[in-house]
Design a protein around this ligand. Structure first.
Ligand code: EPU
Length: 338
């Protein structure tokens, strides 16, 4: 006996519940495929439509309706692919909740993702923008990314090297040509805490060799203190990326702002803090109408009650202009705007 699944295709779907900024926009066509096969089917059924792949919607917002097909993969499941004495390879479906996956790893003693605790979003989004926090990036633990190519509906898997990872970037973000169906992580079965990030070391002070659970709890405490709850104050986490500067741009900045934090990221490049620049441009806690900079962390733009994404982009342009005029640096949004 064969079983047929019928995929539900919806029209004119409100995207407000599907983005954490809670802006309003309609998707002309919307579907939630449950498997890679269903994802291929839907792509092949609408070859000429513009396509947008949605994760849990924590890193994007809408400024207008989407005249095309929005696909929100609903592919679930976490299973071990292989293991030996030192490593375990785990495959997780794109629609699995990221922090539930981190908790599963920490509970089972698998090390590598604990620093990425409490990052909101889905597993499928983790390679797209190479999520990162407290000195760890997703690229450090991703072995393989399985996708469906939007143009052809064919399956295509990427090794770590093929993902073209960079700071908050990847081939998936740069090209927009692939829908991620699952991610394979390579994690270690033993754990020795290494100092990577001053804030985290401070939080762990007094604990000589922290366990995975202690690291996770420390990160949860830091994030809960600094970052707003999106259910109370809709937001999309860090709004801008931290600017990467050449040596001469760094020197220019230091003439204007001698106390600007500078991190040497190698190959003649330096990162500075976008939050610091926003503070110095006078935007800490500032509010224009229904949009503002979060009081406790200047990298977060929060929504106090608008449903119109253009109010957020207007406010973004004001911050960009002020920072550019004062310090000669163009802040680039890390959040995706549609
Ligand atoms: N700072 C300020 N003012 C503020 C906040 C921070 O001047 O209001 C300065 C301080 O000098 C501070 C430095 O910025 O020492 C760094 O702050 P923080 O540790 O909070 O890191 P961040 O650069 O603001 C990045 C990520 C976060 C991630 C944290 C922790 C980006 C764009 N953001 O923020 O990621 O959680 O590091 O590792 O790289 C996200 O991407 O959504 C996100 C929250």
């Amino acid at each position: 006996m064969s079983i047929f699944f019928v995929m539900i295709i919806k029209y004119n779907v409100q995207l407000q519940p599907h983005n954490s900024f809670r802006t309003k926009a309609l998707a002309r066509i919307f579907c939630e495929p449950q498997s890679a096969e269903e994802l291929s089917e839907i792509i092949n059924a609408f070859p000429d439509e513009r396509k947008l792949i949605l994760g849990a919607g924590f890193n994007l917002f809408f400024t207008k309706d989407f005249d095309g097909l929005v696909i929100k993969p609903a592919i679930k499941g976490v299973h071990i692919l292989s293991e030996n004495d030192r490593f375990v390879e785990i495959e997780a479906g794109a629609a699995e909740d990221w922090d539930r996956f981190v908790k599963y790893c920490v509970d089972n003693g698998y090390a590598g993702v604990e620093n990425l605790s409490l990052i909101p979003g889905s597993v499928g989004a983790s390679p797209v923008q190479n999520i990162g926090a407290y000195g760890t990036e997703a690229m450090d633990v991703i072995a393989k990314v399985k996708t469906v190519e939007l143009r052809t509906g064919n399956n295509k898997a990427f090794s770590n090297e093929e993902c073209g990872f960079g700071y908050r970037n990847s081939i998936f973000k740069r090209t927009g040509l692939y829908a991620i169906t699952s991610v394979v992580f390579r994690l270690e079965k033993s754990f020795h805490y290494k100092e990577k990030y001053i804030d985290l070391s401070r939080e762990l002070e007094g604990i000589p060799s922290p366990t995975l659970a202690q690291v996770r709890n420390a990160i949860i405490s830091i994030r809960n203190r600094k970052l707003p709850d999106y259910t109370l104050l809709p937001n999309a986490g860090s709004f801008f990326g931290n600017p990467v500067l050449t040596e001469s741009e760094k020197d220019q900045l230091q003439l204007k702002l001698p106390d600007a934090p500078i991190y040497n990221v190698g190959e003649g490049q330096f990162k500075t803090s976008a939050a610091f620049l926003i503070d110095k441009a006078g935007y800490k806690g500032k509010r224009h109408g229904m949009v503002g900079v979060y009081q406790r962390h200047s990298l977060i733009i929060v929504n106090y009650g608008t449903e119109n994404g253009r109010e957020i982009t207007d406010f973004m342009h004001k911050i960009q202009q002020e920072v550019q005029q004062r310090f000669g640096i163009m802040l680039e949004p890390e959040v995706r705007i549609y």
